[in-house]
Design a protein around this ligand. Structure first.
Ligand code: ZN
Ligand code: ZN
Ligand code: ZN
Length: 368
């Protein structure tokens, strides 16, 4: 099995985060299992009712508090000399964290921390205002290092290999669920550690962007939206949509699919450092609106991707964030008139002078 040391989860990252905690005006950050903890340490810790928590004080040494029975797994995952404090089954882990921090005024909690822990920390640290650790981590996680981009590129290639096999499974007589189970197997076979989602929306289900699967049987003439993604062993995610037709598509479909393809191309081409996230949304939306399908495109153009499938930056009207090299996100406009629908999605990374697409499966109308 491949390990992911130095470049992807560099040892200096913890120190960078610690410095950012103080700069953000927080006294400490507490990270429970999830993408923030993995980003800082590389440790893919289990979500348990027992407390695992990386304590990062603005002043002082960080430490990982964890149940005694997780110690061996944590030592295997974390190669730096991070202090680990193992807690027993009868210890009050929250009180131990509070003792370590002393009297503090503010604490940042990871976005994905369970309410169970948030409330226990509120009681254990009654003087500390609770904030989101995202105020510290969002800025760092949004700007991917070359090693992170390389992992996203690998994830993109893996999901492209799955899409290359999809036409062979879209057969009249099979239902969406059966197609999805073959796709899920392929997501794993092509190198992902787990399957995050499989959307197979056929016929009218293609018009429901987050439809997953149903027992609907595929028919000749169906349009099928296939949106799939998984997480690689590195922790980085894939997400790619293609729209297929089983035999000749409805006439109206062919017309709006070309509008969609043009809009998706234009939005991808608009990505470069210095433009805003909302301008990428506008590049797609203005073309779809001009063709009269504005009402049928009712979601944002994209979302950031990394250790989570959906993370900052969001490609949406109102987000005036200026894009920088290393920012990675989806460009996935859709048109959903009702009887059928279509979406095209690629992951794009902003580079020094433009953008790189991490998905390269063909985007022309695929008649299978
Ligand atoms: Zn989505
Ligand atoms: Zn998707
Ligand atoms: Zn997406």
């Amino acid at each position: 099995m491949r390990t992911y040391p130095e470049q992807l989860y560099p040892a200096q990252r913890l120190e960078r985060v610690r410095a950012a905690v103080g700069a953000a005006g927080l006294d400490a950050v507490l990270l429970t299992p999830g993408p923030d903890l993995r980003y800082v340490t590389g440790y893919d810790a289990k979500q348990l009712e027992r407390l695992t928590c990386l304590v990062i004080p603005a002043a002082g040494e960080p430490a990982l508090f964890l149940p005694r029975l997780e110690l061996a797994a944590a030592r295997a995952a974390i190669t730096t000399d991070l202090e680990m404090v193992a807690t027993g089954e009868t210890d009050d882990a929250f009180a131990l964290v509070a003792d370590r921090l002393g009297a503090i005024d503010s604490v940042g909690l990871s976005d994905r921390m369970w309410a169970l822990f948030v409330l226990r920390f509120r009681d254990a640290l009654p003087g500390a205002r609770q904030a989101l650790a995202a105020t510290v981590l969002r800025e760092l996680r949004m700007r991917k290092s070359p090693a992170e981009v390389a992992e996203l590129r690998e994830a993109g290639a893996a999901i492209d290999r799955v899409h290359a096999q999809v036409p062979g499974w879209l057969k009249p007589g099979l239902n969406e669920r059966a197609v999805a189970s073959r796709i899920a197997e392929a997501i794993l076979a092509e190198g992902h550690a787990h399957v995050d989602f499989v959307i197979v929306g056929s016929g009218p289900n293609a018009a429901s962007p987050h439809h997953e699967v149903s027992d609907r049987v595929l028919e000749e003439g169906d349009v099928v939206v296939v949106d799939i993604g998984g997480t690689m062993p590195s922790g980085y995610c894939s997400d790619c949509t293609r729209t297929y037709c089983i035999g000749a598509p409805p006439a109206e479909f062919t017309a709006y699919y070309e509008v969609l393809r043009d809009a998706q191309e234009a939005a991808c081409r608009s990505v470069r450092p210095g433009v805003t996230a909302e301008s990428v949304d506008a590049a797609a939306r203005s073309r779809i609106e001009a063709a009269g399908y504005g009402e049928a495109f009712f979601h944002r153009t994209g979302h950031g991707i990394g250790l989570e499938t959906h993370e900052d930056p969001y490609i949406v009207a109102g987000n005036d964030l200026v894009l920088e090299p290393g920012m990675a996100f989806s460009v996935e406009p859709g048109i959903y008139p009702g009887a059928h629908g279509a979406r095209i999605e690629d992951i794009v990374v902003c580079t020094e002078d433009g953008a790189e697409r991490l998905n390269n499966a063909p985007r022309e109308l695929a008649v299978v």
